[in-house]
Structure formats: structure tokens, C-alpha cells
Design a protein around this ligand. Structure first.
Ligand SMILES: NC(=O)c1ccc[n+]([C@@H]2O[C@H](COP(=O)([O-])OP(=O)(O)OC[C@H]3O[C@@H](n4cnc5c(N)ncnc54)[C@H](O)[C@@H]3O)[C@@H](O)[C@H]2O)c1
Length: 345
């Protein structure tokens, strides 16, 4: 069994990954600062769910609640470290005192719009934080690394579907720049220090526990409450949506690959292999909820790309990645999670 250090393991994707790897008998060190991009309560529930624990929790204040969480969850196979990846001293301590086989780096300041509102924060967490992780890996001789990149690096790429060897020199958001920077840092540390690396370009991930700032979650909440949806552009922009369980299979396949192979530096698209327009996505959500939409039409947002569409043939060939969930199936799972109280926090 392996020991995986997962950064951002209390978040949307990270909590699903912890859950899947724990089920396979592996050991997890989850480094998460419970950042304020959304409620810490939701992340507490994510952690409890990922461990298959009772999610009853009486929330009081963040500091005490997180201490209580630590007492409840820390055990032989799972360790939660309440640490900011930018804090070199506490990160150093974790690396010094742990055996780690693979680092899966998911912690980030995520989101295109958030990165334009807080560009310094986005740069500091995503670039400096990633550099910290790589420096610690170099220093402590850990040579296997998976890192979350993003489809946003493709910017306004004219050619579809987007392939990994398309030029990605023209980011249109600070977030995209930071993810491209992570890919470049990964390349440097692979070349200089032999760290085997797979950079995963996720294409809009959705499903249970999805971040509340992402469109599907946000629109579901607004439609459910009978509120107006801010509808940017004419609805013709489209996205490649990827269901969370398919993404987790892609991450697991990448971990296996990097553990078994030597001299790896690869970038892989993980997409859903199907695209949906903004207009049809909103309609589908309304149908799932059995409610009507009220659209508040607004001009297109700067930084938003018109379309994303992944060419997944490289991931299919390299790690046997195969998205199995249709958009509608994934949406049904999401909406039923949402109706079961997912949105409460
Ligand atoms: N969700 C998507 O559609 C999507 C698409 C492309 C890329 N990604 C990338 O995937 C990764 C996971 O995204 P997510 O949607 O699960 O986001 P999330 O916000 O749910 O999870 C990120 C986690 O990282 C933690 N974190 C943030 N800053 C930290 C810091 N400085 N130190 C320690 N922990 C910190 C947060 O508390 C959170 O639990 C991110 O790198 C994101 O950029 C996500």
C-alpha cells in the first residue's frame, strides 16, 4: 500500500480522491488550510464523508471546529494537516516526519473570476505554493508528482478539440497563467531533479460536493430558489463537462502510471468527451429540478473562454482513461446530492 500526500484533500476533487484511495487501502496525508473560497463547514463535511464517518457536526467557530475535526479523523491510515502550503516551516515538518510515495497537488486558489479579483493571492498560492511543494520534494527525495492544471490554459485556442501539444502561450486570465506556470515548474523539476510528473488539465469538473462558485452549482441554487440567473453572453458558449467519478479514475490511472514508470513528464487532458452549451446546461438543470429559469442577460465576461473541448486520446492511450458518465447522468447525481442538503453549507 502506498502513502499519498494530497494537498487540498478537503475540497471538491480532493475529498473524492481521498475517499477512493482510502477504499483501496492506501494511506493519506491530507494537507489543507480550509481556505475561505467557500465555507469551511462544507469542507468539514467533505472530510467526514470521504472517511465514511458520521457527518453530524455542531458548528461553533472555525478554530474550535477544525481542532475537533482533527481529533475525530486522525488515525492510522489518514492524517489531516491544517497547513497552508505557503507556510514553509510547517510544510517542512510534514515532509521531514512522513514517508511519502506520491504527492498529488490539488490545493489552489481556483477560479478564473476569483483570480482576476485577487490576482496576487492567486499567484501566491498557485505558483509560490507549488514551488514550495516541488522544493520539499527535491529536498526529501520524493520523485513522483501529480499536479492539477486546467483547461483554462488553452485560452481562446481556435482549434477544437484541444490537444496537449497545442500552443498555450496566450492565457486570458491570471488563473490560466498560474496553471501554465505550474506546468513549467513541473518541467524544470523533472528535468533538473528527475521528479516524475503528470500534469492533469481538468475540464470543468462537476458532481456531488462541487464548489459553490462553479456554474452548475450556482445555477442549481438560483433556479431552485426561483432567483434570476446571471446569464453572460448569448448562451452559445460551450464547455466540456467532466463528472467527478471519471476525473477520479483519471487521477488514479495517472498515479498508477507515475508509480510504475520512470522518466515521466506528461501533460494529460481529462475531459468528459462531450460538450454542452450554456443555454442547454441551464435548461437541463431546470428540468432536473422541475423548475423554471429566470435569465438576467449580461454581456460576456472578460477572461471567460468561448468553448472548451478536450481531445482525450492521449489519456486514453497512456492511462486507459475512459469517461463513462453522460452529462445528464452526472447532473442527476449532482441535483440529487444538492436536494439532499448538499447546499446547506
Ligand atoms: N473543479 C474544476 O472544475 C477544476 C477545473 C480545472 C482545474 N481544477 C483544479 O483542481 C484543483 C482542485 O479544485 P477543486 O474544484 O476541488 O477546488 P476546491 O477549492 O474545492 O479544493 C481546493 C482545496 O485546496 C485548499 N487550499 C486552498 N488554498 C490552500 C493553501 N494555500 N494551502 C493549503 N490548502 C489550500 C482549499 O481549502 C480546498 O479544500 C485545483 O488545483 C483547481 O485549480 C479544478
Amino acid at each position: 500500500m502506498s502513502v499519498y500526500l494530497i494537498t487540498g484533500g478537503a475540497g471538491f476533487i480532493g475529498s473524492h480522491l481521498c475517499e477512493a484511495l482510502l477504499k483501496e487501502g492506501h494511506h493519506i496525508i491530507n494537507v489543507d488550510s480550509f481556505a475561505d473560497n467557500y465555507s469551511y463547514q462544507r469542507k468539514v463535511i467533505n472530510v467526514l464523508e470521504s472517511l465514511g464517518m458520521d457527518t453530524e457536526f455542531t458548528f461553533r467557530n472555525k478554530k474550535d471546529d477544525l481542532q475537533l475535526l482533527l481529533q475525530r479523523v486522525n488515525g492510522d491510515r489518514y492524517r489531516l494537516e491544517l497547513t497552508d502550503i505557503r507556510c514553509m516551516d510547517s510544510m517542512e515538518h510534514i515532509f521531514q516526519t512522513s514517508r511519502i510515495d506520491v504527492v498529488v497537488h490539488l490545493a489552489a486558489y481556483p477560479g478564473v473570476r476569483a483570480s482576476m479579483d485577487n490576482p496576487y493571492e492567486a499567484e501566491e498560492v498557485n505558483v509560490k505554493g507549488t514551488l514550495h511543494i516541488l522544493e520539499l520534494m527535491r529536498k526529501h527525495g520524493i520523485r513522483k508528482w501529480i499536479c492539477a492544471s486546467s483547461s483554462s490554459v488553452y485560452g481562446t485556442n481556435a482549434k477544437v478539440p484541444f490537444a496537449e501539444d497545442d500552443a498555450v502561450e496566450s492565457p486570458i486570465s491570471v488563473y490560466a497563467m498560474t496553471k501554465k506556470s505550474c506546468e513549467l515548474l513541473g518541467h524544470i523539476y523533472h528535468h533538473q531533479y528527475g521528479i516524475d510528473t503528470i500534469m492533469l488539465r481538468f475540464f470543468t469538473v462537476f458532481g456531488e460536493r462541487q464548489r459553490p462558485d462553479l456554474a452548475i452549482h450556482k445555477f442549481t441554487a438560483l433556479i431552485d430558489q426561483g432567483l434570476e440567473i446571471p446569464f453572460y453572453g448569448d448562451g452559445s458558449t460551450y464547455r466540456d463537462y467532466t463528472y467527478i467519478k471519471d476525473i477520479i479514475n483519471g487521477i488514479k490511472g495517472s498515479i498508477e502510471y507515475v508509480e510504475q514508470q520512470q522518466n515521466v513528464y506528461q501533460i494529460l487532458n481529462l475531459g468528459g468527451n462531450q460538450t454542452h452549451s450554456l443555454a442547454s446546461m441551464v435548461e437541463d438543470i431546470a428540468q432536473e429540478l422541475g423548475k423554471k429559469t429566470i435569465l438576467h442577460k449580461l454581456p460576456k465576461q472578460p477572461g471567460d473562454v468561448d468553448r472548451t473541448y478536450a481531445d482525450i486520446s492521449k489519456a486514453q492511450n497512456m492511462i486507459g482513461y475512459e469517461p463513462m458518465t453522460t452529462f445528464r447522468e452526472g447532473l442527476q447525481a449532482f441535483v440529487s446530492w444538492y436536494k439532499g442538503g448538499g447546499y446547506e453549507w
